[in-house]
Design a binder for this molecule. Sequence first.
Ligand code: AMP
Length: 170
Amino acid sequence: MNLQDFVRDIPDFPKEGILFKDITPLLSNPKALIRCADVLAGYCPADMQVDKVIGIEARGFIIGGMIAERLGAGFIPVRKKGKLPYAVNAQSYGLEYGEDTLEMHVDAIIPGEHILIHDDVLATGGTAQAVCKLVEAAGAVVVQCNFIMELDFLNGRDKLNAPVVSALKY
Ligand code: AMP
């Protein structure tokens, strides 16, 4: 099975010039969904400690949750500004298309924990970099940044200090 066959290109979404990588075909196919989570969880070496997986709103929640289950780790949602109900730490960041702020509950991480960050797409790296900053500010360690796909030509991985893995590269 080639996971690439389940990623649909949408030109000029959400604005002109962006080729949007739509993962909904992958999510709706039972075999592709399981395969994707298995592949990404498999990128974690057996001796790598992962206490919690962070999923980035919103597409990072789905496979991120499945990876957490496979690793026996907890799950932390990092959400857009104003969505989380309890006290938060916030980090602003630049996006391939715009600017935004991400938030995480202040008690989501215990200092010293080992954190895996997951999202669907690594583009410029600004989003994942902001989440790395939230994790580091909470006194924890990012052990891996894990993506379904990476838009290689944007060099997003250069912004990230932690090891970067992805199932698909474009
Ligand atoms: P970036 O901060 O530039 O690495 O952008 C990553 C975030 O934006 C991820 O949460 C992605 O879901 C989303 N994103 C950026 N570019 C694309 C794209 N071409 N197709 C789908 N999602 C994208």
